[in-house]
Design a protein around this ligand. Structure first.
Ligand code: SF4
Ligand code: F3S
Length: 420
């Protein structure tokens, strides 16, 4: 059984459990207990403790448990995991992490360190043993290389490697060289990944090549999983796409690793199901307007923009994109693209820059008529509009809705026949 729903409401998850699910989660809980006991038997890698970090931030134990309960729900786990997730956060001082910057804008690192409120994300990032991060560490040049080598040597086979950015393959990798010895991205990723326990590709560039890999892809940029395949390096990789990655999804993935000693269940594009199991469109605060056929008609439609109407006609790709950004949001949960008034550009989808453009208009330049009236069934509007829009793009989004429209038509026909 996999966790395919993005949820941030602990009670909703508990209410949805049937007998088989409860048994499944009880088995998972026993697995988590075994792994957490193993982690507890290891020596901490950092001098700090959870208590110290809580005291430093003025957070009570009770507030901390509330935060971890929300994190548990975000990871689509029921409340029987609340205390286990809290324990995993506490034991994070046993987890060595190496964060390697590649061909990127550093936006993912920035997103992680821009949290200003004391949340579980920031707390965990202070508790894990971040052994190497060019952006955050003080040493540079040869001293930084020495830190990296020492960390790989000390934690060989035990650390989590987080990569940010793509790997340029053209010109023998010389589009990206790092450090005084001029090692290429190719050499660095091979070295860091093949000695890691597991790999996290943080952000869309690391996951799928991102902007650097957009046509004509002058540096022949690859995402980490594709790169490791070319090198026949067989490591578990989790993709956490988005531009930038959400700190909650990085932290949730690390917590899942602490809980179970393995990476989360993934979708077809290597993304955790708990974070990328739902379409943007299904969790969007403007969905009511979409269902009612109320759209911003163009960028000069200031009334529609002020009213917060649906952004589909000005290019929102929310019906084709999968991510939990509408639930966890950015900047301490303050906002996210659609809330800020711009449609989703599908930044968490493979090849989004080439496949989901043009960003300011619906795909194929169509403006969809809304022939169903304000009271029409939501899925009917969504299915027909998206059925037209989804041609040639992320097949899983389109396929689901086209299928649902076909099923609805078949059901209506059969009802009509019965009435006759
Ligand atoms: Fe939200 Fe975009 Fe869907 Fe409209 S089309 S409901 S703005 S995700
Ligand atoms: Fe990206 Fe769309 Fe979310 S642009 S951050 S997936 S709203």
């Amino acid at each position: 059984m996999s966790r395919a729903r993005t949820q941030a409401d602990p009670e909703a998850i508990d209410r949805s459990l049937d007998k088989a699910s409860i048994e499944h989660y009880e088995r998972l809980a026993a697995e988590a207990d075994r792994h957490l006991d193993q982690l507890a038997a290891q020596a901490p890698l950092k001098d700090t403790t959870l208590e110290e970090q809580l005291r430093r931030r003025g957070i009570s134990r009770r507030e901390f448990l509330k935060m971890t309960a929300v994190m548990t729900a975000t990871m689509a786990l029921p409340s029987m995991f609340d205390l286990r997730v809290a324990r995993a956060a506490e034991l994070a001082t046993r987890l060595p992490v190496i964060w390697q910057e590649l061909q990127s804008c550093t936006g993912n690192s920035m997103a992680l360190i821009r949290n200003s409120n004391p949340g579980v994300d920031e707390l965990l990032l202070d508790l894990i043993s971040l052994e190497y991060s060019e952006v955050l560490m003080a040493p540079s040049g040869q001293a930084a290389e020495d830190v990296l080598e020492a960390a790989i040597e000390k934690y060989r086979g035990a650390y989590i490697a987080v990569f940010e950015g793509s790997v340029p393959m053209a010109d023998n990798g010389n589009f990206l060289t790092i450090g005084p010895a001029g090692h290429t991205g190719i050499q660095i990723v091979k070295h860091v990944a093949e000695n890691a326990a597991a790999v996290i590709a943080a952000g869309t560039c690391a996951a799928y090549g991102g902007i650097p890999a957009a046509r004509p892809n002058p540096t022949a940029a690859l995402g980490i999983a594709d790169f490791l395949n070319t090198q026949r390096i067989n490591k578990p990789v989790v993709n956490l796409p988005a531009c930038p990655v959400s700190s909650t999804n990085v932290v949730g993935t690390i917590l899942e690793y602490a809980l179970f000693g393995r990476l989360p269940s993934l979708d077809a594009f290597g993304r955790p199901l708990w974070a990328y199991g739902d379409r943007i469109h299904d969790k969007c605060e403007r969905r009511g307007h979409f269902d009612a056929g109320q759209f911003v008609e163009g960028w000069s439609d200031t009334e529609g923009l002020k009213k917060g109407l649906c952004l589909f006609k000005v290019g929102c790709k929310g019906p084709m994109a999968y991510n939990n950004c509408g639930v966890v949001r950015y900047n301490d949960g303050t906002s996210w693209p659609i809330m800020a008034g711009h449609g989703c550009i599908g930044c968490s989808e493979p090849g989004f820059w080439d496949t989901l453009t043009p960003f300011e208009v619906p795909l194929a330049g169509r403006v969809y008529p809304i022939p169903f009236g304000l009271d029409s069934d939501a899925d009917t509007i969504g299915a027909v509009a998206l059925g037209a829009a989804a041609v040639g793009i992320a097949a899983h989004a389109g396929a689901t809705l086209v299928k649902s429209a076909t099923e609805q038509r078949a059901a209506k026909k059969s009802e009509a026949k019965k009435e006759q």
